[in-house]
Design a protein around this ligand. Structure first.
Ligand code: ADP
Ligand code: ZN
Ligand code: ZN
Length: 831
């Protein structure tokens, strides 16, 4: 053969591996795969001595690696790429921007079902029997087969069992002889859900043939009943297509028809059984939903958004709560789908409820995929593959849905764009899905619609600067008005002694009135547990976590003290370990205590609590909401879970606790957070005809932020906030990078952080470097923390070179023996 023969070219694949090493790895492409390899396919390769891992082909080249001999790719897992080139570009951007490795991005992006590792399984081929086989096997092969007959083994276990380092050739030989399924467990790790269905044998699908059948079984009433039932459910004569999908065996047998008669009908060939893959999201029939009639306001808003897309890649829809942003989204999604592009609609974690999913399912049917972190890995793989196959053109999902294999996005909607849960805190990549969404849109030449009633200061700033388009919707839909917000002056009520428990007289009165009208109440308190702290009345001693620098939260229903950072638990002490006093009291209050007090004040009312403690199960959250929706619950007490996206008819009162603590939290975003949280939870009230009411309990009734909230005056709030940010060099005027060092030894942690700050100051004189300092919680899970904050003037800093310096400095320090075990956590654009 000649060198010109394409199949004899020696190709190399640069493979992305899920390991925290900041580079690609080169593998040789076996000749027989030359015509099959493509960028974005998954491959199995050997990494290190005996590990095998799934990688992604990032690049294919003919350049021969210079200083080492490349190992071969062991196997190609995909016929078609699982990951497209736009995704690979996005991965690269994320690794560069968020200072992490491509492997870390890949790990976050791919559902586990798409990844194979040394833990993957090898099993005996179901059709194989060693005794009956006429093939020749080596001694080792026989040994392995006998062992495999007792059960599946992982790759690693096999290597150990055979006592050899490299087992791929044995496995390959055995799979060639169809004795084992090699990696099949992995390829099939994703198990589609199947269902047994019954249909009429098409040969009998005409009136005459059916008549004959009925004649034949005239004396067999049970068989007759089954066939009749089938024909009633499936209009076979009108629609041969309907017969093709038949009906489920379960449904057919449901009732008084007999299984053995069904078997007889199948044996005689009248009915046949087949298996089909069922989507995990149910067979939502694509009902023609009635077209939404937008109000005049909404119509104008939609027109403005479309106009704005002509000039801006991103547009902010600033629409008050209950203005019908969702209806506008639905219309825009329809239009984007009609023009044959894909759509991604992102929502914060807890705002993605059944309520919204069902509403959209009715409209978009089975072309809509749902990507939720509460879903199992199988379900995620199903969405991933559904996009690849073209089944899902539209996905509604949480932040990780930016990783899905879209190849033709036309529109990305980021609803509640201000929400902090778009930011991934741990592990790397510490990305903000809203910001990544912008880059994703750029790659696809798609449009981005950011929606919020309380936009983030950063986003609003960009909109004002005309970097984004800005469209406003200032009226609620229909008859509804914005709620009336009043303050309960706690200082004054304390003086007048009108406070009962934690409740002001004003709030109690309003609750009473609301319950009397048979309407519902939401109580918002952003702390779970009974009380955030206990303390000795005599000496002031406070029980603290043994692993973290925080006080323990008291949970009454289990009568324990719990650390909310590490889960550590302790029984409540009978006496103070410092002074032996027995007077230990609770300080402050959480949702549990409010629930208890409400039960005392309103014994007739049905009260439910929604927080992390009551929603741990997959369905806990949904069932609490369902009960609230159908009116079984009168009062819902909850943490910020109750603030987001809920749309209930009969909520007319919202009570807000602890507004003061939200505002005085030591963070430059605390006013913004308070404004957003209080406005959002207030927005749950009075979403229909009835005027909603909100009571905010506060000891600072004069606080300007509260006044902006009372007056629904976002503009003034923003003006005040933005001038504050400018004055103190905070975003959007600067960009921030936080570097946290972590170590079990406080001194080592401190030294590493100080050294790093010194190096950075030396290399980056133009960057303002603050710290190191102790973060608010200076120890978590027995690890001490120190933090450095870098401030870079926006538009005037060379970010890539700054990031390079950060990376280099960390690499240098990590190489020092003393700092070998120090973790350096870089967080770009921390929130
Ligand atoms: P937002 O997301 O802006 O808070 P929603 O989209 O949830 O508001 O709308 C608030 C309520 O008003 C919803 O129950 C919605 O069904 C209803 N609504 C909004 N616009 C329309 C419309 N054009 N026709 C019928 N109902 C509407
Ligand atoms: Zn004491
Ligand atoms: Zn702890």
């Amino acid at each position: 053969m000649f060198e010109t023969d394409a199949s004899r070219k020696t190709l190399f694949a640069e493979v992305l591996l899920p390991v925290p090493v900041p580079r690609l790895f080169t593998y040789r492409v076996p000749y027989n795969l030359n015509d099959h390899v493509r960028v974005g396919q998954r491959v199995i390769v050997q990494f290190g001595d005996r590990k095998i891992v799934t990688g992604l082909i990032f690049n294919i080249t003919e350049d021969v690696p210079k200083d080492f001999e490349a190992k071969s790719i062991l196997e190609l897992l995909d016929e078609f790429p699982s990951v497209n080139e736009l995704q690979l570009k996005l991965f690269q951007w994320m690794a560069d921007y968020y200072l992490c490795t491509l492997g870390e991005v890949m790990n976050a992006a791919l559902p586990a079902g798409l990844k194979l590792s040394s833990e993957s399984m090898v099993q005996i081929h179901p059709a194989f029997s060693l005794e009956e086989s006429t093939l020749n096997f080596s001694e080792k092969e026989v040994m392995l087969l006998k062992r495999l007959e007792q059960g599946t083994m992982t790759y690693t276990e096999i290597a150990k069992f055979l006592g050899v380092k490299f087992i791929f050739s044995i496995l390959k030989s055995l799979s060639g002889k169809e004795a084992i399924i090699l990696f099949e467990e992995v390829k099939e790790k994703f198990k589609p859900k199947t269902e047994k269905r019954i249909r009429l044998n098409p040969d009998f699908n005409d009136a005459k043939a059916l008549e004959d059948v009925f004649e034949n079984i005239a004396s067999k009433p049970k068989q007759e009943a089954i066939l009749l039932k089938y024909l009633q459910e499936v209009p076979v004569l009108q629609s041969p297509a309907a017969n093709k999908t038949g009906m489920s065996r379960k449904d057919l047998l449901n009732g008084d028809v007999s299984g053995s008669s069904l078997a007889t009908l199948m044996r005689s060939g009248v009915l046949e059984e087949f298996e089909t893959v069922v989507p995990r999201f149910g067979f939502a029939e694509t009902t023609e939903a009635p077209p939404i009639l937008l109000s005049e306001e909404q119509e104008r808003t939609q027109y403005e958004i479309i106009k704005s897309f002509e000039h801006h890649a991103a547009t902010l829809l600033h629409g008050v709560t209950g203005s019908g942003k969702t209806e506008i989204y639905i219309n825009l999604i329809r239009k984007a789908l009609e023009s044959q592009t894909q759509v991604l609609y992102m929502l914060p974690e807890i705002a993605l409820t059944t309520q919204i999913v069902q509403r959209l399912k009715k409209i978009f049917g089975t072309s809509m995929g749902v990507y939720h972190s509460r879903f199992s890995d199988n379900e995620r793989v199903e969405v991933w593959n559904g996009i690849l196959s073209g089944k899902f053109k539209f996905v509604i999902g949480v932040r990780s849905s930016i990783f899905l294999p879209f190849d033709n996005l036309g529109l990305i909607i980021v609803d509640e764009e201000h929400d902090a849960s778009y930011k991934q805190q741990e592990p790397a990549p510490r990305y903000n899905a809203r910001d990544v969404g912008m880059i994703l849109a750029q790659l696809h030449h798609a449009k981005v619609l950011l929606g919020s009633a309380t936009p983030s200061v950063e986003t609003y700033f960009h909109a004002k600067q005309n970097k984004y388009g800005l469209v406003k919707l200032e009226k609620r839909f229909g008859e509804a008005n914005l709620p009336e917000i009043v303050l309960a002056n706690m200082g004054q009520e304390r003086k007048m002694k009108t406070i009962k428990g934690e409740f002001s007289r004003l709030l109690l009165l309003r609750i009473e009135e609301t319950l009397a009208r048979k309407e519902q109440v939401i109580i918002f308190q952003n702390r779970r547990g009974y009380s955030p702290m206990m303390s000795c009345e005599d000496c002031g001693w406070v029980p603290k976590c043994v692993n973290c620098a925080v006080s323990l939260t008291y949970h009454q229903y289990r009568h324990v003290l719990v650390c909310h950072y590490c889960g550590y638990k302790e029984t409540v002490p009978q006496q103070c370990p410092a002074c032996t006093s027995t007077r230990i009291k609770t300080v402050g209050y959480g949702t549990e205590k409010l629930e208890e007090e409400l039960n005392v004040f309103f014994p007739e009312a049905k009260i439910q609590r929604m927080d992390l403690d009551t929603t741990r199960s997959k369905t806990g959250y949904e069932s609490i909401l369902a009960q609230f929706e159908n009116g079984e619950t009168d009062i819902l007490v909850g943490t910020q879970m109750v603030t987001k996206g809920l749309d209930f008819d009969k909520v007319s009162l919202v009570g807000v606790f602890n507004a003061d603590r939200m505002m005085h939290f030591p963070d430059f975003r605390s006013y913004e957070r308070a404004y957003q949280l209080i406005t959002q939870v207030s927005g749950r009230a009075g979403r229909r005809a009835r005027q909603g009411q909100v009571v905010i309990q506060t000891s600072n009734p004069e606080h300007p932020i509260l006044n902006y909230i009372l007056n629904h005056d976002f503009e003034s709030f923003y003006q005040r906030e933005i001038s504050d940010r400018q004055q103190h060099d905070y975003p959007p005027f600067t960009r921030l990078i936080e570097i946290v060092t972590r170590h079990t030894d406080k001194k080592v942690c401190r030294e590493a952080s100080q050294k790093l700050a010194g190096m950075l100051r030396h290399h980056l004189p133009a960057v303002r470097i603050m710290g190191p300092g102790e973060p608010m919680i200076a120890k978590i899970r027995n690890q001490y923390l120190m933090s450095i904050l870098l401030k870079m003037v926006r538009g005037k800093s060379d970010l890539p070179s700054i990031k390079l310096h950060i990376q280099n400095s960390i690499n240098t320090l990590s190489a020092e023996k003393a700092f070998r075990n120090v973790r350096f956590i870089v967080d770009v654009d921390p929130v």
